[in-house]
Design a protein around this ligand. Sequence first.
Ligand SMILES: NC(=O)c1ccc[n+]([C@@H]2O[C@H](COP(=O)([O-])OP(=O)(O)OC[C@H]3O[C@@H](n4cnc5c(N)ncnc54)[C@H](OP(=O)(O)O)[C@@H]3O)[C@@H](O)[C@H]2O)c1
Length: 312
Amino acid sequence: MFSKKKETSQIDPQQRELYEHARKRIIQKKRLFQHFIIFAVGSLFMIILNILFGLGEEITFLGAYWCVFGSMAWAFFLALHFCNVWVFSTFMGQEWTDRQMERLITKQKEEIALIQRDIDLMYPKDELIKKKEAFITRKASDTIEDTVNTNSMITMIAAAAENNALGKDNDLVWHLPDDFKRFKKLTTGHFIIMGRKTFESFPKLLPDRTHVVITRNKEYKADGAIIVHAMAEALQVAKSDNQPFIIGGGEIYAIGMEKANCIELTRVHHNFEADAFFPEIDTNVWKLEKEEFHDTDEKHKYPFTYLTYIRK
Ligand SMILES: NC(=O)c1ccc[n+]([C@@H]2O[C@H](COP(=O)([O-])OP(=O)(O)OC[C@H]3O[C@@H](n4cnc5c(N)ncnc54)[C@H](OP(=O)(O)O)[C@@H]3O)[C@@H](O)[C@H]2O)c1
């Protein structure tokens, strides 16, 4: 008993299904056959009762005995039973439904494969993966930047020599009063973003401007200035300003270059020895919008040109 149970439980599910199906069919056919025998005996019995023993002899329809109609009605139900076993169960039984379902699934799979192939052609998988990774990386590192006012005209303002020199020993290497005046005029009332070294090169705070100082030093403090630790953070702090200025020095211009959309550059037409430099301006990225030459005079030892660049 135990071993038989074990045997049946080990039968492959597909075989079990076939076995179940065969068993059901045998039962159906057996019942149909029994129905046929009962019909044959029953009809004979009706004929004997009606014709031989004269039971209900007076009941006729269209000149025929009732046993004829009785047999015919029964034959109709027998025919239905026959159809149910041989026609409907073959064409519309569980097996037929399963087959239809299987066909439908195969068709759906083929259609999905076609759509997938089109998507792969339009967007190659490697590219999609790269884009997704870039998106995740950007999201992780730029959460602060997301809150930056994208309508702001982020402007870098600088005075650089022909060799891009900005200054030496944390000080400027020329004195051009008109350029100072222009710097004051443009930046007054705005946020000015600068590196810690530039900030420390000022004798005092510049009036009517909000100072934002970038440093890696988390302990750094300065009266009257907002201390931040990244360019993105500085721009976020200045997001209420429609034109925040990045005012240097060399390290800060280098990281500001990709964030800015305007450069106000005073090009001093001379070469200087320096230890801080303005980054190269890529003319593929920047378009020269405006230029204004300023010659030498008694107050200005070097000629210079105001250049306004706008990001293309
Ligand atoms: N000609 C001009 O228009 C102009 C304008 C401005 C300045 N300058 C001159 O430029 C020189 C100063 O420029 P510089 O390049 O030496 O110094 P800077 O750019 O003014 O400041 C550098 C400092 O900024 C901080 N910093 C830089 N990158 C950072 C980052 N990614 N994250 C956080 N903090 C960062 C660091 O501060 P910590 O060391 O505290 O971490 C670094 O030491 C001076 O000679 C000045 O006179 C000239």
